[in-house]
Design a protein around this ligand. Structure first.
Ligand code: SIN
Length: 285
């Protein structure tokens, strides 16, 4: 049965709130189509007041495509391999989740041949201070790139690797697990276009990120470093960014083909726990 809900665009470069929709109920075709359209138009949807269980998050995620399993299996929600726990909480001295997920700008799972279409992140436990997530609109990043830079990067490919920042992260967060050879073998580097085309809207977007892009292919290392420095700064300019301040029971659904995101950080002594699902997307072109 159709539900009564409202989609309220947020001021700024992206985002909309979804008010009054209950994701414990299965969406009918019309409501699903409205959410799908809003996701394409606004890139980040904030579903307020979702008192959902893991099963509901998995069900709504699967409406958009097959789900991806994160290579760090240690941080799966027990019984739900599709859910990655994003959390700084430690139980019996062991982290229950990935506490430093998203501390560099990135698009989820861009290091795979088929990066994520989108991700859903559901708030379980929020800190009283901090814990925001920032999203930057990569269509606007492309559209506002100076013309000579557009011409330089339009046909370039870049390498994405899960390992790009892994050791840096381990130095900062010693609890981050050392990867086994099997895990390393599961995430070989891949090449993706620097400028991708959104498969559903046809809009172009910049597709590089500090977290996973290791180099630009087919240019000298110096030129690669110089181009990436300029692109990383451009893709995260403040005018492209929406800062999400989490409210209890928010469920945020972002389009990894249109935005990059960053976890702004949580003071160590405050607890933060969210459940993340990732939906498989297309091979970027
Ligand atoms: C993520 O990158 O998926 C997590 C973002 C966050 O913790 O805010």
């Amino acid at each position: 049965m159709a539900q009564h809900f409202e989609i309220r665009p947020l001021p700024g470069p992206l985002g909309a709130e979804v008010i009054g929709l209950d994701l414990t109920r299965e969406l009918d075709a019309k409501d699903f189509a409205a959410i799908h359209r809003a996701h394409l138009d606004h890139h980040v949807l904030v579903f307020r007041a979702q008192h959902i269980q893991p099963e509901h998050q998995i069900r709504i995620s699967k409406r958009f495509g097959p789900l991806q399993i994160h290579v760090l299996k240690d941080f799966q929600l027990p019984g739900y391999p599709e859910i990655l726990r994003v959390s700084n909480i430690k139980e019996h001295g062991k982290p229950i989740g990935l506490g430093d997920a998203g501390v560099f700008w990135h698009s989820d799972l861009s290091y795979l041949v088929t990066p994520s279409l989108g991700s859903m992140l559901h708030a379980q436990e929020l800190p009283s201070v901090g814990g925001d997530t920032l999203f930057a609109n990569q269509h606007l990043a492309w559209e506002t790139l100076p013309e000579e830079l557009k011409a330089r990067v339009a046909d370039l490919q870049a390498e994405h690797s899960y390992l790009t920042q892994y050791e840096t992260l381990r130095e900062r967060s010693p609890w981050r697990p050392k990867l086994s050879q099997a895990q390393i073998d599961a995430v070989p580097p891949v090449a993706h276009p620097v400028v991708r085309t959104h498969p559903e809207t046809g809009r172009k977007a910049l597709f590089v990120s500090e977290h996973f892009t290791s180099r630009i292919l087919g240019v000298s290392p110096d030129e690669s470093d110089a181009l990436l420095k300029v692109l990383f700064a451009h893709t995260t300019k403040s005018e492209l960014v929406y800062r999400h301040q989490w409210q209890d029971h928010d469920m945020v659904f972002w389009d990894n083909r249109s935005v990059t995101h960053l976890a702004a950080g949580t003071p160590d002594h405050l607890r933060r726990k969210l459940y993340r699902t990732t939906i498989e997307g297309n091979v970027p072109y």
